[in-house]
Design a protein. Structure first.
Length: 239
């Protein structure tokens, strides 16, 4: 067997076979890598945390090792357990999605993270150590560092959406007029259904910046801070 994985070359060809030593190594690495990813998610209070990520990764690792064993013994060519692990993870990830009271779909990143973590477990179960290590680092980079860049780009975008609470629904026209006077336009306004019959005037408002000066010098935070000073605005924040 020709070994191309640099990590296998370093630790020995035994790690490429399904042996007691390689089984223990793959399960240990699967638990460790997924624990690091799960800790990152748990620290930000996401719905799926440490244990969920570890179990998903371990399921993928074990499924792939059993599939490889069955292929070696029976030559089935069907990796049914690995497919089942991916399908099950997809179902778990789908159930982690929910719509917040502010009309936002939450849990998309966590759902995607669970699916990627399952594939990390599968690749580790297949003995692709280097691929798994590189992919895990890339995943942590996406989860930990890219949100800062994403936030910066989002804050400089010409389009944003706000959660708006007015003292009275009668003042919505005043808010729209103020937005236009400031050099912006309303793309869409929706009454937030979570607050119906509550006595509150709550809206989700999509806004576009049209004035050149605002595009160049003002961030969303500064614009929202200015709008929050309006007497009829009880609360406003970006969503």
């Amino acid at each position: 067997m020709t070994v191309h994985d640099p990590i296998i070359r370093w630790i020995g060809n035994w790690a490429a076979e399904i042996t007691l030593g390689s089984i223990l190594l793959r399960i240990l690495l699967s638990a460790l890598l997924s624990a690091v990813i799960g800790t990152e998610r748990s620290s930000k209070r996401h719905s799926a945390g440490l244990r969920t990520f570890m179990l998903v990764s371990l399921a993928g690792t074990i499924a792939m090792m059993v599939d490889l064993w069955l292929y070696d013994r029976l030559r089935t060519g069907l990796f049914l357990l690995s497919v089942a692990a991916v399908i099950s993870t997809t179902m778990i990830a789908t159930n982690s999605l929910f719509i917040s009271s502010r009309n936002q779909i939450k849990g998309i990143t966590t759902a995607a993270g669970l699916l990627v973590c399952c594939f990390l477990g599968i690749s580790l179960g297949a003995g692709l150590y280097t691929l798994t290590a590189v992919a895990a680092v890339a995943m942590l980079f996406c989860l930990s560092l890219l949100p800062r860049l994403e936030g910066l780009l989002k804050d400089r975008s010409n389009h944003f959406e706000v959660h708006l609470e007015l003292t009275s629904g009668m003042r919505l026209r005043d808010f729209v007029t103020t937005i236009r006077e400031l050099g912006m336009k309303i793309d869409d306004i929706e009454t937030n259904p979570a607050y119906l019959n509550s006595g509150l005037s709550v809206y989700s408002v999509a806004i576009s910046i049209t004035r050149g000066e605002l595009k160049k010098f003002k961030t969303h935070r500064e614009i929202i801070d200015a709008l929050s000073t309006l007497e009829y605005v009880s609360h406003i924040e970006e969503i």
